[in-house]
Ligand binder design. Structure first.
Ligand SMILES: [Ca+2]
Length: 177
């Protein structure tokens, strides 16, 4: 039992050191079908890197985020196994499973152009109107995973509880303040 605990400590120290030092995948190219075939380890490093989207924002669910990312870039190398439920068994709305993060990549593929949008064509990205991106992202998430809780749903419920009204009475969209 004691030995087990010691091993866990060593692993977490190694993980911390790895965070500090970065990896060869930091800022490197996205995994490609070719690199997945020849160097699957690179995909794990790239996806686990603290500088690449979206796993740099994850803390508790970092392992699941990395798994979802590898599954997205290297679908031919990853298959469902009952040995580790993180890959396929965890429900899609749960950030502790790969599917949740895999879906984020799909949504980014479909809606990313709205996030990095230059409507007036002056060459600068306009981040002042995020709502078309939210609309697209929420709709695509729901298509992939009906049980997914969107940011808007969560905020509406929180605000509604706070104000003692129904979530339908809360407005989140253009012109809100
Ligand atoms: Ca612009």
């Amino acid at each position: 039992m004691k030995r087990h605990a010691a091993a866990l400590v060593i692993i977490s120290v190694a993980a911390l050191l790895n965070l500090g030092l970065g990896s060869r995948a930091d800022g490197g190219h996205e995994p490609t079908p070719e690199s997945c075939k020849t160097d699957l380890g690179y995909a794990f490093e790239w996806c686990g890197s603290q500088v690449n989207w979206p796993c740099r924002y994850t803390f508790d669910s970092h392992e699941a985020c990395q798994a979802g990312c590898v599954k997205y870039f290297c679908p031919d190398q990853i298959w469902c196994t009952e040995l580790d439920p993180i890959w396929c068994e965890v429900p899609c709305e749960d950030p502790f499973g790969a599917t949740y993060w895999y879906n984020k990549h799909i949504v980014s593929e479909r809606c990313g152009h709205l996030y990095f949008n230059d409507r007036d064509g002056d060459g600068d990205i306009d981040l002042d109107d995020p709502w078309p991106w939210y609309d697209c992202s929420d709709a695509e998430h729901k298509k992939l995973c009906p049980a997914y809780r969107t940011w808007r749903e969560e905020v509406k419920e929180r605000e509604a509880r706070w104000l003692g009204v129904s979530p339908e009475d809360i407005y989140i969209g253009p012109g809100m303040r």
